[in-house]
Design a protein around this ligand. Structure first.
Ligand code: DOR
Ligand code: ZN
Length: 349
């Protein structure tokens, strides 16, 4: 049985670092294990210009130091200027652009209502080779929350991709077998991130035996059959699927509330959880692709030369249940089972 596993240092292709005291408190949790991360722009106010992205990048680096590389994104609005996007990309400030349908999730009010209004930006991105990251859920109140991802594929994503040939798209945090099948049916200009928590929980974990706010996120976890489809995709070795934790901290009082925020905070224990899931699937050898190689492949970036080593432990791994930050206490995602894989050694970069 494999007792230790050395991988190129992993990257997180979808991460929320927030700002201010929350950023200071939680960014080290990601920087400890990950070399790079695609940083979500849904701050208040959102990161909509290249200048704002550069300033936010500098605030992140002030906390993490240069051993961690934040790959910045711009928040797409109906007022986004195609020239600003292309210039920010050319200047090396941004790596991608994030599409939030307006109202789909946390701080998405400035997102897109009419997708035709962002056509010029998407065309400029296709031309310049800038990937589009999508929050794949429709916001139509008539569509059940558990169906919103599957409907997004038909109503929004597929039409955008057909109208914008050459646009490289990442379907973020996929949660359904429909999304897995859609990605598998398409050429390699479509990729998908899968979160740690969606590989672990289904909707019963949120709702059975009392409501569990720390398992509530968006897109909401679906039925067990969908979770199994995600595990299958993540562990299949298919290079179109890669890790994006969507680690999304909220202070406990905002989660444990009559109207609790969406987000699971997995930065602290993601690598231990993934090793366990991949081992249980008999696919430990596929973890390297999922966490360290497929993402750089899609984003056309080099694989990290530094490494981390995961080690099997006889006793369950210990990790903090909560992270204290100057903006409140944040609960670390509890997978609900003991973990036996530990990150042994820091990357030497
Ligand atoms: O659960 C989520 N939390 N999903 C998102 O799309 C946004 C994120 C957040 O920013 O809290
Ligand atoms: Zn997210």
């Amino acid at each position: 049985m494999t007792q230790s596993l050395t991988l190129p240092r992993p990257d997180d292709w979808h991460l929320h670092l927030r700002d201010g005291a929350m950023l200071a408190g939680i960014a080290p949790e990601s920087a400890r294990h990950f070399a790079r991360a695609i940083i979500m722009p849904n701050l208040v106010p959102p990161v909509v210009t290249g200048a704002q992205a550069a300033a936010y990048r500098d605030r992140i680096l002030a906390v993490t130091g240069t051993g961690f590389t934040p790959l910045m994104t711009l928040y797409l609005t109906e007022a986004t200027d195609p020239a600003d996007v292309v210039a920010a990309h050319k200047a090396g400030i941004i790596t991608a652009v994030k599409l939030y349908p307006a109202g789909a999730t946390t701080n998405s009010a400035s997102g897109v209502r009419d997708f035709d209004r962002v056509r010029a930006v998407l065309e400029a991105m296709a031309e310049a080779g800038i990937p589009l990251c999508t929050h794949g859920e429709v916001t139509d109140h008539a569509v059940d929350i558990f169906d919103r991802e599957a409907v997004f594929i038909d109503r929004v994503l597929d039409p955008i991709r057909r109208k914008t040939p050459g646009l490289r798209v990442v379907m973020e945090h996929i949660t359904t077998s429909e999304a897995v099948a859609y990605v598998q049916s398409q050429p390699a200009d479509l990729g998908a991130t899968i979160t740690t928590h969606h590989l672990v929980i289904n909707r019963n974990h949120i709702l059975v035996g009392g409501i569990k706010p720390h398992y509530y996120c968006l897109p909401v976890a679906k039925r067990e059959a969908h979770r199994l489809a995600l595990v299958q995709a993540a562990t299949s070795g298919d290079a179109r699927f890669f890790l994006g934790t969507d680690s999304a901290p909220h202070a406990d009082d905002a989660k444990e509330s009559a109207c609790g925020c969406a987000g699971c905070f997995t930065a602290t224990n993601t690598m231990s959880i993934l090793a366990q899931i991949f081992e249980e699937a008999g696919a430990l050898d596929k973890l390297e692709g999922f966490a360290s190689r497929n993402g750089p492949g899609f984003y056309r970036l080099p694989v990290n030369s530094a490494t981390i080593t995961l080690e099997k432990t006889p006793e369950p791994v210990t990790y903090p249940a909560k992270i204290e930050t100057g903006a409140g206490q944040v609960t670390v995602f509890d997978p609900g089972f003991p973990l036996y894989w530990q990150v042994r050694q820091e990357a030497t970069s």
